[in-house]
Ligand binder design. Structure first.
Ligand code: GDD
Ligand code: MN
Length: 242
């Protein structure tokens, strides 16, 4: 049975799916861990036929499953649905557009099996890079949002907005009821609910450029997140004063 359930949320990623599956397969094979993983692709009825492309591959690959949701949208809820549809002791999330380096996966699993509770692929540690963010504005917003999140939520990671992480199943599941479906801050929402004693480790991630297509998270989503964080930060500072 797989030890890692890798969940990949996808929306209009038909052109990226074949390379995604091949890349993950090759990474685990190279590490001598060919049977360690399963992949659950969660698609929200993409008009470009992503689910059909994924299904065609799944028909010849027992390590791949596809969930196609109708009438629903949302990165966070897609991720959680993938977690809840699987049963390996460890779960991971990765983007389906080629921006996340799948070669890190075997190491992330190894770190969990050696005692870590969660492993974050971070763009903001030595050896990592956020250069793959589409433009300078996004890079600046991301860096600012990250700093604020770390302060406001007092989380123990340098990259709380990373969409690439692996974690022990129970820690992910206990956040299920609290996740905001439409949000994209899956990791933040999970880390806000884990015990203080949680052992979190980081591996450097060089965030790549998208293979095909374009980002689904527009600048509006990021500005909204920033406003939300600013309000939280303001509240926290007020509380400190009293
Ligand atoms: N099922 C589903 N439903 N998948 C979605 C949806 C949705 O509504 N929206 C986006 N996705 C999928 C995309 O197809 C992709 O595989 C992944 O989620 C990430 O979406 P992108 O549109 O590529 O996001 P991004 O590259 O702009 O943002 C990335 O970096 C952010 C931090 O800078 C993501 O990793 C974010 O999670 C991360 O916070
Ligand atoms: Mn992306």
């Amino acid at each position: 049975m797989p030890r890692l359930s890798l969940v990949v949320p996808v929306y209009n990623e038909a052109a990226n799916v074949p390379a995604l599956v091949q890349g993950v397969e090759a990474a685990f094979n190279k590490a001598g861990q060919g049977q360690a993983w399963e992949m659950i692709i969660v698609d929200d009825n993409s008009p470009d036929g992503t689910a059909e492309v994924a299904r065609a591959i799944a028909a010849t690959n027992r390590q791949l499953r596809v969930i196609k949701r109708i009438g629903r949208r949302g990165l966070s809820s897609a991720v959680m649905e993938g977690f809840l549809s699987s049963s390996a002791p460890y779960v991971a999330v990765m983007d389906g557009d080629g921006q996340h380096d799948e070669a890190l996966l075997p190491t992330m699993l190894e770190r969990l099996e050696n005692g870590a509770d969660a492993v974050v692929a971070s763009r903001y540690v030595k050896g990592g890079s956020a250069a793959g963010l589409s433009n300078g504005l996004r890079q600046a917003l991301s860096a600012l949002g990250t700093k604020m999140t770390v302060i406001v939520l007092n989380v123990k990671t340098s990259d709380p907005m990373s969409g690439f992480f692996a974690i022990r199943r129970p820690l992910a599941e206990q956040a299920a009821t609290a996740l905001r479906g439409r949000g994209f801050k899956v990791l933040v929402d999970i880390l806000a609910r884990v015990p203080r004693s949680t052992q979190l480790v980081e591996v450097p991630l060089v965030f790549r450029n998208r293979l095909h297509g374009e980002s689904k998270l527009g600048p509006r989503v990021f500005l909204e997140a920033l406003v939300q964080l600013s309000l939280l930060l303001f509240k926290r500072l007020q509380q400190k004063k009293q």
